[in-house]
Design a protein around this ligand. Sequence first.
Ligand code: IDC
Length: 469
Amino acid sequence: MKRSTAVLAACAVALGSAATITLPNAVAAAQGCKVDYTVTSQWSGGFQAGVKVTNLGDTISGWSLTIAFPNTSQRVSQGWNATWTQSGSTATATNVDWNRTLGTGGSTDLGFVGSYSGSNPTPTSFALNGVVCTGSTTSTSTTTTTTTTTTTNPPVGRTPVEINGQLRVCGVNLCNQYNRPIQLRGMSTHGIQWFDKCYNTNSLNALANDWKSDLFRIAMYVQEQGYETNPSGFTNRVNSLVDMAEARGMYAMIDFHILTPGDPNYNIDRAKTFFAAVAQRNAAKKNVIYEIANEPNGVSWASIKSYAEQVIPVIRAADPDAVVIVGTRAWSSLGVSEGSNESEVINNPVNATNIMYAFHFYAASHKDNYRAAVSRAAQRLPLFVTEFGTVLATGGGTFDRASTVAWLDLLDSLKIGYANWTYSDANESSAALRPGTCNGGDYSSSGVLTESGALLKSRISTTDNFPTS
Ligand code: IDC
């Protein structure tokens, strides 16, 4: 019904007010689109724009978006998340591999840096695969903080948790309730002791509905003004964030974010107390994954294994069927960052079932030799990339698109789940949201995304491939 109405509308446009319309036997695919165009910053002679494209028609595989500027003074000089060209006053963005397919209602975030002379008028129209996008919006968000309040309800239809149910480890994979391998893709919070205000109704709605995130990792630092300063307060906050993820059908990964000191045994009593509490409280839920040691460093694998073999039984006593993820040596690099490799784990695995091992990378720092280690290790060990950044290991510096894309392509091909550092507005290049975003209510428009956020949102929001039998 929806399809033929749209075809009729398209024909009516093409034929003007023609009285009789004969539908072809093979009904053409319905087409339609919407573009939200936001000038996110502007300076003398130059500007940056975010372009959110939403497909309102049937699924398309392969697309190009044209943007008609009113004159030739605007020039796209550099764009992302698409291949950009310009001819006269028309700029064209053509899909890249990973955002080729846009399902009905699916969207992708593009952006570009451009130049202009005189004033910087907004585009006159947008068209996706030649069909003009109706209902498009244009705005400038450079001087004011957007205060739109999003009142979107939790997603209707089947959420990641509804489809996949209780997870378990099967072989080297994470499997769903049908015992079929799945990949979960999502975002990590920043330290909740610092960025707590970023995790609220609107931001979680955006993560579930717009990002279509499967996963929400809750990074609870233990030191640095974290858990050790207020155990019950942090335990309660983690539990409430688990509930917020559950209400939106997302998996919640509870990250015991040890970092400095790097020996997890320093915090073993705190770990036992914390995990006993959260495992008992959340035992009946299907959406919880426990990550017991963010990034051990400067400590042997034997010490990490000993820690894991004491903490895992505490979790199992309360919540027997949940997946537990164990950090690995050298900032969860499987030992690589301290000159070792995955063989120390393969030869001496943690004595427990239903567990996975964490691998972390920062794309601008960790490249081919780390990818090679993951490719090898993935044949032998269940891996989960519980944290990664698109930038340097400092969390800042160069945003490395090429290395990030190489990593994500590898993880997709191996069905290795991931959470990106960070879903926050921290003033560092790893953050997905522009500084100041968490002071407002808008987490959905493309104007709130950093370059890193735009790339990750495009990747995470593509249709999941969750087997249901
Ligand atoms: C970084 C944050 C930064 C904060 C610092 C303090 O991005 O704002 O000041 O922690 O501890 C990790 C860690 C993660 C780091 C991140 C970037 O798990 O806590 O966050 N990183 O340095 N491992 C590798 C990189």
